[in-house]
Design a protein around this ligand. Sequence first.
Ligand SMILES: Cc1ncc(C[n+]2csc(CCOP(=O)(O)OP(=O)(O)O)c2C)c(N)n1
Ligand code: SF4
Length: 280
Amino acid sequence: MTAVHRSVVYDWLRHDKKFPHVWCPGCGLGILLGSLVRSLAQGGYDKNQVVLVSGIGCSGRLPVYVDVGSVHTTHGRALTFATGIKLAKPELKVIVVMGDGDATAIGGNHLIHAARRNLDLTAIIVNNLNYGMTGGQYSPTTPLGAKATTAPYGHSEPSFDISALTVTAGASFVARSTVYHVTQLDQMLGQAIAKKGFGVVEVLSPCHTNYGRQNRLGSQVEMMKGFKKQAVRADRWDKVSPAEREGRFPIGVLADHGRPTFWETYEGAIERAQAIRKEG
Ligand SMILES: Cc1ncc(C[n+]2csc(CCOP(=O)(O)OP(=O)(O)O)c2C)c(N)n1
Ligand code: SF4
């Protein structure tokens, strides 16, 4: 770590208050935390203008460690609190951190509607393929056939592709990366945070303690090597045949199109209402 990196980390973390963290040794969430604070520092944001919002879960714990205004809310409802904060104070940069369970099970409805409305928020969705905090139950992203404490004989449901789901629902920026591809992860987070509209970064992260152990995937290091093998750069995905796609996924920017944010379309409605009142 260079002196510059050390000072960035030191400056953006609540190093004197909240550490040691609660995560298992080797959990990918520490890597994501480093990536997020680097992206914020590199983006030149004022700490007083950034708000981190989360629900409940190992991933939901992340904002607690960052030295910005943070709101640790209820399971599945982080996007609703974030929506309120952004509408009340549009000048703030509001970033939401959720686990796959938080974002796509109990909070799934909020996720698709936040994308549809194109709310001006950044959603970081940590996909560790299970409910980590509560002991490894299956989530909507647990692959078909994988084991979970609630699927000891193999999961019998197909899984959501979080990135595809949010692209389809209308998010204006969607990217996927993993905690193995940390340089790319820094870039994806930086881009998503800088963009207007609903920006989603799906981050594949190992939960070796629960998902890895139940599915005999080996140590955290082995799971990281798995990400290296499974990930394909998005610009090369088209060249991968359907048979070769099995168990693999594209990483990089998956959608990037400007479209009016919720606030912009809502302002239009306000203007139309005011014009009618004036006339009438
Ligand atoms: C309303 C409500 N239901 C259930 C729970 C229990 N609970 C806490 S965290 C969690 C799931 C965590 O999984 P995920 O969101 O994927 O995050 P991870 O811990 O894997 O990062 C659940 C079900 C809760 N706290 N509140
Ligand atoms: S239970 Fe899983 S997600 Fe939670 S801290 Fe441990 S390794 Fe990370």
